[in-house]
Design a protein around this ligand. Structure first.
Ligand SMILES: Cc1cc2nc3c(=O)[nH]c(=O)nc-3n(C[C@H](O)[C@H](O)[C@H](O)COP(=O)(O)OP(=O)(O)OC[C@H]3O[C@@H](n4cnc5c(N)ncnc54)[C@H](O)[C@@H]3O)c2cc1C
Ligand code: SF4
Length: 446
């Protein structure tokens, strides 16, 4: 067991390396062809299918399932990818239980939906063995800057390239992918899937990727507007909210930062984790940080959320996944202080009551031992160029991603539209790209 010198309560290799590797292996394995055929046979191919209405990217689900049922998974993949170019990643990370599968008539009638997510993965895995299937339209001579190589930026870039425009993506980090590469739980996207999918997507051509180039540091919005015919901002939410417990230190850390390090660590058995880990928050990030701490070998992992369990933004399925992984969930408690001692800390919580006048901290408190505290209480914009309007801490957009600045669009988590999900970011990037295309072409002809 390796002890980290800076943080005495943390240690790597709390479990044997092979146990850690097995824990992080794909938790939802791929379907075999016969399994896919049986699953596809359960679909009623509904007219006005509710599963399609529930999909933010409007994939024609009954059509692709029929294509699988008739033994043409390549055609099924084209159906999926023409609506959602990151259909492979979405098949792995979408909360299908609240989207397509949650609306499936077989879920409503029998409590057992058609396995749409796994079928989508089956078809897209087949497609990714060949070059991406879309061709570029005749070159328009127009140039579009995309800022951010996350799901929204990549979806926008691919659709713009397809429409014949030349695209340059400016990405602040050393690698593309956004949260697909730095945030999604490691066990959902194994085998470097995010980077493989991007390589495949870029195969369309016409897209130049410039990593280590940040808007606001290396390039300004003014310059991009001058040098390109249109700009798309897909910068996500790089800033983190403050838990009010002081600056990050050897015990307190931002959960997104912890997960990013985990995603970039080649040998997970070398990654230090606490014995007693407390995660503050109630969303997907809190669940992912907690579950992955357990998989690294933390003995006691507790998620503490300030309101009731029904108000947690993590879905019931995710909450069940956390508890099945040995994570405790405590609700109606808010952190008030972090008490350091020699090798770790105790975190003090006030009980809370959620009433008509908002959330009240009660006088009674309790403490949990914690040699690692991960804060997962939400993110905010890290970049805000002049001229953009902010609503609810995000870039305000109208229609398909139009910002307040002419020639500038935005999509994904950084905007005030839709839910903060991979699939919503893809839908918004794609729709903004179509609007940019119409605008660029209209400007030429009108
Ligand atoms: C820990 C975690 C787990 C999640 N798990 C899931 C899940 O299981 N399923 C799901 O559907 N959703 C999940 N989400 C949400 C999902 O990841 C996001 O909704 C989605 O990634 C948003 O895509 P985006 O393109 O808007 O932003 P991002 O993915 O954040 O990408 C933004 C990109 O812009 C870059 N950037 C930022 N600022 C600049 C700048 N100034 N200049 C240049 N580039 C910049 C960033 O480096 C990044 O690459 C999770 C989120 C988190 C935090
Ligand atoms: S709702 Fe279910 S049964 Fe109907 S088309 Fe969609 S997946 Fe098939």
């Amino acid at each position: 067991m390796t002890n980290s010198p800076q943080t005495p309560g943390l240690a790597a290799a709390r479990l044997p390396a092979e146990t850690i590797i097995a824990g992080f292996a794909n938790y939802d394995p791929a379907m075999q062809p016969h399994e896919a055929a049986v699953a596809a046979d359960r679909c009623y191919f509904c007219f006005d299918a509710p599963c399609v209405a529930a999909c933010p990217t409007d994939i024609d689900i009954p059509l692709f399932i029929r294509q699988i049922a008739t033994g043409t998974p390549e055609a099924a993949a084209v159906t999926i990818l023409s609506s959602n170019i990151l259909g492979g990643m979405c098949a792995r990370v979408c909360p299908t239980e609240t989207l397509c599968e949650g609306s499936c008539v077989r879920e409503t009638a029998e409590g057992k939906p058609v396995e749409i997510g796994r079928l989508q993965r089956y078809a897209t895995d087949v497609a990714m063995q060949s070059p991406q299937p879309f061709a570029r339209d005749t070159a328009t001579g127009k140039r579009v800057a995309v800022v951010g190589a996350g799901p929204s930026g990549l979806a926008a870039a691919h659709r713009l390239a397809m429409r014949g425009h030349d695209v340059t993506i400016f990405e602040a980090r050393p690698k593309p992918g956004g949260l697909n590469e730095y945030g999604i739980a490691a066990y959902k996207a194994t085998g470097q899937f995010a980077l493989r999918e991007i390589d495949w997507l870029l195969g369309i051509g016409g897209i130049t990727l410039e990593c280590d180039t940040a808007l606001g540091r290396d390039v300004s919005l003014e310059t991009l507007r001058r040098d390109f015919d249109a700009v798309f901002l897909g910068v996500g939410l790089g800033g983190v909210n403050d838990a009010g417990l002081g600056a990050p230190n050897g015990v307190l850390r931002d959960a997104v930062d912890f997960i990013a390090e985990l995603r970039q660590t080649a040998d997970l058995s070398a990654l230090p984790v606490g014995r007693d880990v407390v995660v503050i928050g109630g969303g997907m990030t809190a669940v992912d940080a907690a579950v992955q701490s357990r998989l690294l070998g933390a003995e006691n992992v507790t998620i503490v959320y300030r309101r009731g369990q029904d108000r947690m933004s993590a879905s019931g399925h995710e909450q069940d996944h956390a508890t099945a992984s040995g994570v405790r969930i405590r609700t109606n408690a808010a952190p008030v202080a972090l008490h350091r001692n020699g090798s770790g800390a105790e975190i003090e919580f006030a009980y809370t009551e959620d009433g008509p006048s908002g959330l009240q901290h009660l006088a009674e408190t309790f403490r949990l031992p914690a040699d690692q505290v991960l804060s997962a209480i939400g993110q905010r914009l890290s970049v805000m160029p002049d001229g953009l309007i902010v609503a609810g801490g995000k870039i305000a957009v109208t229609g398909p991603g139009r910002s307040a600045l002419p020639g500038v669009w935005a999509g994904g988590d950084c905007t005030d539209e839709g839910e903060d999900l991979t699939v919503s970011a893809v839908a918004q990037g794609r729709d903004a790209a179509e609007d940019i295309h119409a605008w660029l072409m209209g400007k030429d002809h009108g």
